[in-house]
Ligand binder design. Structure first.
Ligand code: NI
Length: 196
């Protein structure tokens, strides 16, 4: 399997509509396997084909607690219910997250690699992922659904990690480990719990 090259904004392919797949051919399996490999390498919960430079109407989703990815060919949202605000990011827009409006629950339909129809009823993260990935295949991005124009914000992983490391160092200084035994209300104990 191969990790494919990611496309990032403002690559125009991210704004193109994917082409519906007429017949599921055996060679598609290799491409979809590569998409899955790429999603894993990038630590995403979903990936749409145009994010790796293809206009085939295919997406893959794998939520953090799933053992297997969901392969969706020609996915469509068939019903959307309710509205909620959720935080979202996208592998094609690195370094940013935003608050977006999404449905509370959705129904979706797709076909699997075996050509059989898949029907999904979802809420929570799966509903969000289905709306996000089917959006990609229509040339949309989550930034089109921001709650307000300033609901997009930069994330700086390294700075965050650094400040966490500093906090930890300060905490250790403030509460030097003592060898007088483990008093349950020692201030440091909550920090230790968090570290697990
Ligand atoms: Ni995305």
């Amino acid at each position: 399997m191969t990790v494919l090259d990611m496309r990032f904004v403002p690559d125009p392919i991210l704004r193109r509509q994917a082409r519906k797949i007429g017949k599921v051919l055996p060679r598609m399996k290799k491409f979809i396997d590569d998409m899955i490999e790429t999603m894993h390498a990038e630590m995403g919960v979903g990936l749409a084909a145009n994010q790796v430079g293809s206009l085939q109407k295919v997406a893959v989703i794998q939520l953090p607690d799933w053992e297997e990815p969901l392969i969706l060919i020609n996915p469509e949202i068939t019903r959307q219910e309710g509205e909620r605000e959720v935080e979202e990011g996208c592998l094609s827009i690195p370094g940013y997250r935003g608050m977006v409006k999404r449905s509370v629950s959705v129904r979706a339909r797709a076909i699997g690699l075996d050509g059989k129809i898949i029907r999904i009823k979802a809420d929570g993260l799966l509903a969000q992922a289905l709306e996000h990935e089917t959006g990609h295949l229509k040339g949309q991005l989550y930034i089109d659904h921001l709650v307000t124009p300033d609901s997009l914000y930069k994330i700086t992983h390294t700075a965050e990690d650094d400040s966490e490391a500093e906090d930890e160092a300060e905490a250790t200084e403030a509460n030097p480990p003592d060898d007088t035994g483990s008093s349950p209300d020692r201030p440091g104990s909550s920090l230790e719990d968090k570290a697990k």
